[in-house]
Write a protein that binds this ligand. Structure first.
Ligand SMILES: [Zn+2]
Length: 384
């Protein structure tokens, strides 16, 4: 058994002063305050000091790559590099996210990702753990496709969804789809029935079409404001639904590029502290010098902090630790409030655990200072 303490601990909903976090093997066995629980005999105690807060590891539910690699690459060395890059920035679990590609490439990538999820070796500090897949495309709008290749976009059918589902061996946890496409309501209903969190995005939906998507079973909105019909006071569109329906969670890319800081504040005010999931939408260019990188099956350029392909934004080089600090600054949140959007909220969306510190959970946690800077990452009870 190992014991950890610091100034405080955020579960993230609860706040414990002078905590005692007990870990046995790879799991948390108990969380208490030091005033209520004595250190068990023969248990080494690591004290991270008076500026340190213990918080759950971040859960990134929309991330395409990092450290020079993309999650759809066939090379087996790619994913471990991405996972180490993620862990350096406090992400302990994630959903590798596909982009639209030729069907055979997508099916092969889903099969490889399913294997990575099933075979993930949790016995060491190897990096962030893939807990499921976020399928972004091919059922997206041509009008709001962003950089997704137009020739590979498909009209939604349950038959194609079944092919994707089978290739993933049931590991698709989120599927982003444009709800206004012909056939979308049937596919949304079918995916929701299988426990997939259906996310509306890359969409030109008007308000009625977005509401119909929700009625069919959608519960989430991809990178809100990006790749969707803009908000207009007489034609509110998908954003009218996204911002006012409390049963929809919204993804926010808080890099200061995809959304103006005041829009990040607006989204937090509209959705509340439990309605926002911070995502990075990060690409292979993350933690790398400027240059050309791959996203799925195409190339883009990283220059001056932006990822661009044909003049359009192609994801980000944002990291989750910076996203949390930006959310604090942009939306006027304290650390505990901002943390919910990087831990518990995305974990609820994904529905596969993670995002909370409690007895029985995997011992994936971070030591952060008051400013939200990461001091240490602990994966499955082991400090990296
Ligand atoms: Zn996207």
């Amino acid at each position: 058994m190992l014991a950890f303490t610091a100034k405080s601990l955020y579960t993230p909903l609860d706040h414990i002063e002078r905590p005692l976090l007990l870990v046995d093997g790879r799991n948390i066995v108990e969380i208490a305050s030091r005033s209520s629980k004595a250190l068990p005999p023969n248990t080494p105690l690591t004290d991270y000091g008076d500026d340190a807060v213990l918080v759950p590891g971040f859960f990134d539910i929309h991330i395409h790559g990092g450290g020079g690699h993309d999650v759809m690459e066939s090379d087996a060395s790619a994913l471990p590099i991405i996972q180490k890059t993620l862990a350096r920035h406090g992400v302990t679990c994630y959903l590798p996210t596909t982009v639209t590609a030729p069907m055979e490439d997508t099916l092969a990538a889903l099969d490889r990702l399913a294997t990575a999820i099933e075979k993930f070796e949790g016995n060491g500090p190897v990096g962030a753990q893939p807990l499921g897949i976020h399928l972004e495309g091919p059922f997206l709008s041509h009008v709001r496709r962003g950089v997704h290749p137009p020739s590979n976009l498909l009209s939604p059918t349950v038959k194609i969804f079944n092919q994707l589902w089978e290739a993933s061996r049931g590991h698709i946890r989120i599927m982003t789809i444009a709800p206004e496409l012909d056939g979308a309501p049937e596919v949304i209903a079918e995916a929701a029935k299988r426990g997939v969190c259906v996310s509306m995005g890359h969409s030109d939906a008007n308000l009625a079409e977005a509401s119909a998507g929700f009625t069919a079973g959608a519960r989430h909105v991809a990178h809100v404001f990006n790749a969707m019909r803009p908000l207009d006071h007489r034609d509110p569109g998908i954003l009218g639904e996204a911002l006012t329906n409390p049963q929809l969670t919204a993804e926010v890319i808080a890099d200061g590029i995809h959304l103006d800081p005041v829009i990040v504040q607006l989204v937090f005010q509209a959705k509340g502290l439990d309605g926002v999931a911070l995502i990075t939408d990060a690409t292979a260019g993350t933690d790398m010098p400027d240059g050309r990188y791959r996203l799925g099956t195409f190339e883009f350029e990283v220059k001056d902090g932006k990822c661009l392909s044909d003049g359009k934004l192609a994801g980000s080089i944002l990291t989750m630790d910076r996203a949390v600090r930006n959310a604090m600054r942009f939306a006027g949140l304290d650390l505990q409030q901002a943390l919910r959007a990087a831990t518990l909220n995305p974990a609820k969306v994904a529905g596969v655990g993670g995002g909370v510190l409690k007895a029985g959970a995997q011992a994936d946690f971070l030591v952060v200072n008051r400013a939200g800077e990461i001091q240490k990452t602990i994966l499955r009870g082991v400090e990296i």
